[in-house]
Design a protein around this ligand. Structure first.
Ligand code: ADP
Ligand code: MG
Length: 624
């Protein structure tokens, strides 16, 4: 289609707004154009985080010499003809605004040659005005060089973040498109250093390996084609097995019809698909690509096209949730280490069935979930509803128990966020009675029954241990016999690299080893059990300024604290882990010695107490 100016009518129906916010938005617009032009090679290069220079070169169809000037006019596009076309957009671009907007705030050079022509065009613009135009030889394709971004908008320039942050945004974008477009070879080079390079041979798995490294890349599960929910909505992509999880939602990526979008509701569909399968407050890694008829999705709702609207949102939600859930349930190795007692009672078996319900597709409908459950913790009713307390037979006792638990807990433990140093209450001596549901330790104290969440308690113990060591500047570290090479996605790698001194302070000594690979040389002694790859992934996640685990603080000690908190979560014993009596006793003793035994480092309770009086009252022994 030739490039034409949109009519007033069509132009006015286009979601207007700022397209160029930062270097990454320029990269996004230019790469989208390259993909729309059918490129099988896209090379991205930046200098100074994109401030000084952004170059995007492709081998797409090129722009015809007669149309190059027009392409830089506002509302000039070859992708839209009539208002009707807005209803079924199959290209990434359609508004004819990107080139003009980028040119307006930079010094831009476009060198392009249309596939039908022998000679190409070179066009130079400054602040949107054409300065020179001439003929030049080059093979079919387009190269756009954007220099001095925002040179004429000082206010914008001032608000750009650090080079590193800008690079991270660019890498995050390029990485995702590289995965979604495996037929296209992507390279990203920052300041002469290669950050990403994908083969473009059409094999998505190969791209995953080059982006995520062998560890994560080979672990991700394919969403099988057969799970496609309806004829109209096809869901494909990759999801992590239940053993892979992250501290925030930043590892959930959604594509609709070739476009990366943000959609809270669909992210939630994916999180929900993992409900009960991941540790609390951990999020899945997922790359979900949805293909559906363009007329069923409206992309003309957001200036940067990052959000879409569906004709039937519920159908898309269901399709995604079903495909992801089925993939995880069918293929994931079972995470429960709990084995049934050989001669269990019917009640035991019922309990076990309910505990494992989350692993069985047939139980899906039984799983209730609300928004509030997303950050649910084990101490609240979220897990109770899928756990062992749901049997009708036990309904009344369960309620009574919950009511007590809530009351007692709020009286005992500081709410999340309140560090209760002044009123520090040490634990009384506790006698271990046993383990409940491979999740809780039952203990007796001088004045009642104590239920200890084994994971939360262990997290607390590890955390205080690590912090104490870090404060004294002597975290004991364990050299790895063989340094472990860990490859991270480029955006994470730059985070981790920036944190190297902080990491060393908490016992993790690493050194760069190739573009996005690190050699892990030592790990902190209390956390030896964590795989080095997981360790670094946690660190990157904890430093991620966009996620819920965010910290923007540059204060080293705060960063140390955040890192320690994250890795302790990973290292602590899990729910579902059978503990020996000695292990339980050691954990309780260790917990007694902590400063804040009653909450885990994330502020959730470690202990629930039911007083003897309360029990007596429940049993109708009011007079005790
Ligand atoms: P849009 O992508 O919304 O159409 P742009 O301002 O991004 O608007 O681009 C204007 C037009 O310039 C496009 O419609 C397309 O015809 C042409 N164009 C831009 N970039 C390229 C490219 N890399 N290869 C071929 N054509 C391009
Ligand atoms: Mg465009």
């Amino acid at each position: 289609m030739p490039i034409k100016l949109l009519s007033e009518d069509v132009a006015s129906r286009i979601a207007a707004g700022e397209v160029v916010e930062r270097p990454a938005s320029v990269v996004k617009e230019l790469v989208e154009n390259s993909l729309d032009a059918g490129a099988t090679r896209v090379e991205i290069e930046t200098r100074d985080g994109g401030r000084a220079l952004i170059r995007v070169r492709d081998n797409g169809c090129g722009i015809h010499s007669t149309e190059v000037g027009l392409a830089f006019r506002r509302h000039a596009t070859s992708k839209l003809e009539s208002a009707d076309d807005l209803e079924r957009i199959a290209t990434l671009g359609f508004r004819g605004e990107a080139l003009s907007s980028v040119a307006a705030v930079s010094r831009l050079t476009c060198v392009t040659c249309h596939q039908s022509e022998a000679v190409g065009t070179r066009l130079r613009l400054e602040g949107g005005e054409v300065v020179t135009q001439g003929a030049v030889g080059r093979p079919a394709g387009t190269e756009i060089v954007v220099e001095d971004l925002f040179y004429n908008v000082p206010a914008r320039r001032k608000f750009l973040r650090t080079d590193r942050t800008e690079r991270r945004h660019i890498d995050g974008f390029a990485t995702r498109y590289a995965i979604a477009y495996p037929d296209t070879a992507f390279t990203v080079v920052h300041d002469g250093r290669e950050a990403l390079s994908t083969p473009g041979k059409g094999d998505p798995r190969e791209v995953l390996l080059s982006v995520y490294g062998v560890d994560l890349g080979s672990e991700l599960l394919d969403i099988p084609r057969s799970l496609t929910a309806t004829d109209a909505i096809h869901v494909r992509g990759f999801v992590g097995p239940t053993s892979v999880h992250r501290a925030n939602r930043g590892y959930i990526t959604l594509f609709i019809n070739g476009r990366w979008i943000e959609d809270l509701r669909l992210s939630y569909a994916i999180i929900q698909a993992y409900h009960t399968l991941l540790p609390v407050q951990r999020y899945p890694v997922a790359f979900v690509i949805i293909d559906m008829p363009p007329q069923d999705v409206d992309v003309n709702v957001h200036p940067t096209k990052a959000e879409v609207r569906f004709r039937d949102g519920d159908a898309v939600f269901r399709a995604v949730q079903r495909a992801v859930r089925a993939t995880v349930v069918n293929q994931a190795p079972t995470t429960a280490t709990w084995s049934p007692p050989e001669h269990g009672t019917e009640e035991d078996r019922e309990i076990q069935r309910r505990r494992l319900a989350g692993l069985q597709p047939a139980q899906q409908q039984a799983i209730r979930f609300t928004w509030d459950d997303v950050p649910a913790d084990r101490g609240d009713s979220g897990s109770g509803s899928v756990g062992f307390g749901e049997s009708d037979k036990h309904a009344s006792t369960t309620q009574a128990f919950d009511a007590n638990a809530t009351r007692t807990e709020s009286a005992l433990s500081p709410r999340p966020g309140t560090t209760d140093q002044q009123h520090r209450q040490h634990l009384p001596m506790l006698r271990v009675v046993g383990q409940l549901a491979t999740m809780f330790i039952i203990a007796e104290g001088p004045d009642g029954l104590y239920l200890v969440d084994q994971h939360a308690a262990h997290e607390r113990v590890l955390y205080e241990h690590m912090v104490a060591n870090a404060v004294q500047g002597e975290v004991p570290r364990q050299p790895l016999l063989e340094p472990a090479a860990v490859t991270l996605p480029p955006d994470e790698a730059s985070e981790v690299e920036a944190l190297m001194p902080t990491l060393a302070a908490v016992g993790i000594e690493i050194e760069p080893f190739g573009p996005a690979t690190f050699l892990v040389r030592t790990v902190p002694v209390p956390l030896q059990s964590i795989a080095p790859g997981d360790l670094l992934a946690d660190v990157a996640a904890s430093a991620h300024p966009d996620g819920p685990g965010a910290t923007k603080s540059s204060v080293q000690s705060q960063m140390e604290e955040v890192i320690i908190r994250h890795i302790c979560k990973r290292a602590a014993v899990k729910a579902g882990q059978v503990l020996s009596r000695e292990e339980m006793e050691r954990l309780i003793r260790d917990l007694e010695h902590t400063e804040n035994p009653r909450t885990c480092p994330h502020g959730r309770p470690t202990i629930i107490k039911i007083s003897t009086e309360e029990l007596a009252r429940q049993f109708g022994r009011g007079g005790l």
